[in-house]
Write a protein that binds this ligand. Structure first.
Ligand code: ZN
Length: 297
């Protein structure tokens, strides 16, 4: 019996010692999902920093997002009257190669329903699509609207998008050169008929590709692109088009009044005005709304 009691106390003391082991405490304190290694030696730290620096235009974007298609949009109002000249390719690069030499079927600009932020180039499914400049592949994914899409970031800070592809030939992080076949043209995503949707963006903001590329001659207009507030002057037009679209979407629909609804809030929701709602429904702007009341928009 003595022996049993002694072994029991020995077992308990071992358990207590384990519980206060400092190594265990440090593991317990780690944040779940934290991937920072406990220690990095100097060489490893150098590799880590070098790998970040080698991403094109890392200083400009301060990051490398391989999940979200669009980079965070920069505030164009910050440009004010300033201009910025961007060298589109460096001397020791492969320069520019037209992604696909086809006819333009839709240009950058307003469309019936939404603003078109790229240029559509006609092609057949299976045609080779090339990278426009040297760069590194940031996005390779399937999206609802873009279909199979590739986004490449270039040293100039520009990003080029290649959408509706039928085949993706590159991987995230892969370095590519201008003219390299990155995928095959197709009709995936929100697309009617095979074509390449080609987009150019600078820090998330779309740029009309025709400002830098001649789509008739399949070459660059200049090796430099000047960015100013003028480059993004289309944004006001795009905003108007979006408001108009919201208005036409809401037109003719019936809104059932819920708790907290006001005429002005309903008007905002359907892209219309309080005055228009009053006229349509025989109301005054001061009229009290009833729960369940039907308002024609
Ligand atoms: Zn398009």
């Amino acid at each position: 019996m003595k022996k049993i009691i002694l072994s029991f106390f020995l077992f308990i003391s071992i358990l207590t010692l384990r519980a206060v082991n400092p190594a265990d405490i440090s593991i317990l304190n780690m944040i779940p999902g934290d991937t920072i290694p406990l220690s990095l030696d100097e060489d490893e730290l150098m590799d880590f920093n070098d790998s970040l620096v080698s991403f094109p235009a890392y200083d400009l974007y301060c990051g490398w997002d391989t999940v979200n298609i669009h980079a965070a949009k920069f505030d164009v109002s910050c440009l004010k009257d300033s201009t910025k000249n961007i060298l589109l390719y460096s001397e020791n690069s492969c320069g520019y190669v037209h992604p696909f030499e086809g006819k333009i079927t839709s240009s950058f600009g307003p469309r019936k329903r939404r603003y078109h932020y790229g240029v559509d180039i006609d092609l057949e499914t299976g045609d080779c699509v090339a990278a426009a400049f040297d760069g590194r592949v940031r996005i390779v994914k399937k999206s609802k609207s873009y279909g199979n899409v590739i986004v490449i970031r270039h040293s100039s800070g520009l990003e080029t998008y290649y959408a509706h592809l039928s085949q993706l030939n590159v991987e995230i992080g892969q370095e590519v050169f201008a003219g390299q076949v990155i995928g095959l043209g197709g009709n995936t995503g929100r697309s009617r008929g095979s074509h390449l949707h080609f987009e150019v963006r600078y820090m998330g903001q779309p740029i009309n590709p025709s400002q830098l590329i001649s789509f008739d001659q399949h070459k660059l207009i200049s090796d430099t692109l000047t960015i100013s507030s003028n480059t993004f002057s289309y944004l006001a037009e795009a905003k108007k088009a979006a408001a108009k679209n919201a208005h036409s979407k809401g037109k003719g629909r019936v809104h059932v009044v819920k708790k907290g609804d006001t005429l002005s809030a309903i008007a905002r929701k359907y892209g219309t005005t309080t005055k228009a709602l009053c006229q349509k429904n025989g109301l005054k702007s001061t009229s009290k709304l009833r729960l369940g009341q039907k308002i024609r928009t």
